[in-house]
Design a binder for this molecule. Structure first.
Ligand code: ATP
Length: 438
């Protein structure tokens, strides 16, 4: 098994990520998140929100609708120009992304060996209908990016908060793309979450702001524990640039299936605000409070994919130790990211005094962090189970606990154990979590 296959298997076995619609044979490029995958996603989103929204005075949060007026997508250029190049097999009629075929030097259908068509352009926006009639007039699109909800609320934020330039609007939410592609687990899926900022600036500042945001994006990835060594920057060629962008840099990560986009940073100019102003008839210009001059702010867009972040974290966290007495697989998540922070074990599952004490500890800690309970099998096995889900610390209640109110605290990475007073546990874990930020 290669590393990705090992991670896919661990994710399924231990409750991180399950194949979508599995009991019906699956639905390609869709995945469901189990208890630990859900916690991980929540942690990443909370850390992102903390970093970019809560800890800054110049960025405003938003939660826009998934369904927007189709006029939005017309004005933004997505209906005409948001296109993926594809080739279709003339025998089995399966479709493949041209970049996937080119990357692998494939000239014939990878499924049946049939002849491939010329390149065709395909719009990956999902369509659905509002109301009881299914026709052109009732067609709406599931958003393929969160950004547009931000542009169409630009005036609302200005009117409510009167922010001076530069300022940003941030949003986390689901986006949908009808992706025609080969797997790679959660790297490319039909629905995914984006964490995006539209940062509004004066045109003359764009290069400085672009460089600043590029550094910020890398800093954020590092703060989560993503390995800097695996990150590279790649600027889009003119041919590759999206219809709205003047400059785009991908922050790429060395995935096991190739070095590919983790995050994207784009200079969207004043393209979106200008188009929405012209098409809606609503003036979306910003007024300089001193000179009273009206102008369209330019935009720098840092865009982060949640699932790709999760995949990079899983890949960086995956460790295997083969030494006889230490044989184990463990996920070395930074404690702030780990889905469970502490696991609590009574040494024996049938000793009521031990269970009572362990339950008390569970109740004391659980209002503060996600805690696991495990009383199944011997302690060694329980440690291995927690290692596999990346729990940084385990607490064991044993017979000495009943005498001296101490417990064993075991560290995931060093496997070292220490005795700690029950009364000190909460502070100890709070401190350890706080220290792990550095
Ligand atoms: P790619 O070139 O891989 O198709 P993209 O350039 O179309 O990606 P963007 O439009 O820049 O992607 O979207 C911003 C971010 O959203 C990406 O950096 C990525 O993290 C995430 N993303 C985009 N499409 C998907 C998808 N189908 N599945 C999961 N994440 C995605």
């Amino acid at each position: 098994m290669n590393t990705l296959e090992k991670i896919v298997s661990l994710c399924k076995r231990r409750g991180f990520v399950y194949p979508g619609s599995e009991i019906y044979g699956g639905l390609a490029n869709s995945w469901d998140y189990g208890p630990y995958g859900t916690e991980l996603k929540k942690n990443i989103k909370a850390l992102w929100w903390q970093h970019f929204v809560q800890s800054r005075a110049d960025i405003y949060g938003l939660d826009g609708s998934i369904l927007l007026s189709p006029k939005v997508w017309k004005a933004s250029g997505h209906i005409k120009r948001f296109l993926d190049p594809l080739k279709e097999c003339l025998s089995c009629h399966k479709r493949f992304r041209t970049d996937f075929l080119d990357e692998k030097g494939i000239k014939k259908c990878p499924e049946c060996g049939g002849k491939l068509s010329k390149e065709k352009m395909f719009n990956p926006m999902f369509k659905t209908f509002i109301g009881s009639q299914e026709n052109k007039a009732s067609t709406v699109y599931l958003r393929p990016e969160t950004a547009q909800a931000i542009f169409i609320n630009f005036k609302n934020i200005i009117d409510s908060f009167h922010p001076p330039l530069p300022f940003g609007i941030a949003q986390i939410g689901k986006s949908f793309r009808n992706e025609i592609t080969a797997g790679n687990f959660i790297f490319r899926t039909l629905e995914f979450e984006q964490m995006e900022i539209e940062y509004f600036i004066e045109e003359k500042e764009w290069q400085k702001q672009f460089d600043y945001w590029q550094r910020e994006m890398i800093e954020f990835a590092k703060s989560l524990g993503i390995s800097e060594k695996k990150l590279t920057l790649r600027e889009h060629s003119l041919k590759e640039l999206s219809h709205y962008s003047k400059k785009t840099v991908d922050i790429e990560y060395m995935f096991p299936f190739g070095t590919k986009e983790l995050y994207g940073l784009a200079y969207r100019t004043d393209y979106d605000l200008k188009n929405h102003s012209q098409k809606s008839g609503v003036d979306l210009r910003y007024q300089n409070p001193k000179t009273k001059e009206n102008f369209y702010p330019h935009v720098i867009e840092p865009s982060f994919g949640l699932e790709r972040t999760l995949l990079a974290l899983l890949l960086d966290a995956y460790h295997k130790e083969t030494a006889k007495e230490k044989k184990r697989v463990f996920l070395k998540f930074p404690p702030l990211v780990a889905p469970i922070k502490v696991a609590v074990f009574p040494l024996l599952a049938n000793k009521i005094e031990l269970i009572k004490e362990a339950k008390r500890i569970f109740a004391d800690l659980s209002p503060h962090f996600p805690i696991a309970w495990d009383d199944n099998g011997n302690i060694g096995k329980r440690y291995r189970r927690q290692d596999e889900i990346g729990t940084p610390w385990c607490v064991t209640v044993d017979f000495d606990t009943l005498k001296d109110n101490t417990v064993t605290v075991r560290d995931r990475d060093t496997m070292k154990q220490e005795r700690v007073k029950i009364n000190n546990l909460l502070n100890l874990f709070k401190e350890k979590l706080e220290n792990s930020k550095d």
